[in-house]
Design a protein around this ligand. Structure first.
Ligand code: PGA
Length: 248
């Protein structure tokens, strides 16, 4: 049985003090057994990791660099994350693809480095409104998978988490309907069966992201192929995040 996972993505929000308060509130009030993950800014990672000790909540970096080390001012490498005992890293969020022009090839390199340093990648894929309106979203997502994660061996692919995040639903208040989410998640799982096998596809957690809130999480998570969520805005509020985490 695959894991139910609810991952928050704070993006560029929260001072250290605000982040500490939020993590403490989540830790104190979450009593469930699902895997919770908190995607915090680099500066916050060690503090969040330390605060979460002894809980079943883990921390994730929101990005890593696609080179192992070197003259890349301002960047953070996977080996640095590993040396700080960070277990997860979000790779390929649409905001990074858009604002930092990250390519599928660079994301493939990040995924490889994450696995090399024993970090679990949360690999994001998803289409823009334009692509959906042209009805190219299935092919688009297949290409993202092919070019960034399907080069992995079966053994390594089994270590990753996938997040489907339709760009038109991120931060917009527009959520994919439960049917739209299920349709794409089933497509992703079918592609994993095609590339690897049914056992690996069955074990892969596929999260939905895009205006997932306390009032729609239950309906989204009730779908056979939706194994949890990657939560932006609602992860900034402990009560909302925990309500979503309890929506299975
Ligand atoms: P949102 O963001 O929940 O604020 O729409 C989701 C994400 O970007 O991960």
């Amino acid at each position: 049985m695959r894991k139910h996972i609810v991952a928050g993505n704070w993006k560029m929000n929260n001072s250290i003090q605000e982040g500490l308060e939020l993590v403490k509130a989540i830790k104190a009030n979450y009593a469930g057994n699902n895997q919770l993950i908190i995607g915090a800014p680099f500066l916050h990672l060690s503090m969040v990791n330390e605060t979460l000790k002894g809980s079943n909540i883990a921390v994730a970096a929101q990005n890593c660099h696609h080179e192992e080390s070197g003259a890349f001012t301002g960047e953070i490498s996977t080996s640095m994350l590993a040396s700080a005992n960070i277990p997860y890293v979000i790779i390929g969020h649409s905001e990074r693809r858009e604002y930092n022009h990250e390519t599928n090839a660079q994301l493939a390199a990040k995924v490889d480095l994450a696995i090399k340093y024993r970090l679990t990648p949360i690999f994001c894929c998803g289409e823009s409104l334009d692509i959906r309106e042209k009805e190219q979203h299935f092919n688009w997502i297949t290409t993202q998978l092919k070019e960034s994660v399907f080069h992995l061996t079966a053994e390594n692919f089994a270590k990753i988490i996938i997040a489907y995040e339709p760009i038109w639903a991120i931060g917009t208040g527009v959520t994919a309907s439960a049917e739209q989410a299920q349709e794409i998640h089933a497509h992703i799982r079918k592609e994993i069966v095609h590339q690897y096998d049914a056992a690996i596809a069955d074990r892969t957690s596929i999260l939905y992201g895009g205006s997932c809130k306390p009032n729609n999480a239950k309906e989204l998570f009730a779908n056979a192929d939706v194994d949890g969520g990657l939560i932006g805005g609602a992860s900034l509020n402990a009560h909302d995040f925990i309500t979503i985490a309890n929506s299975f």
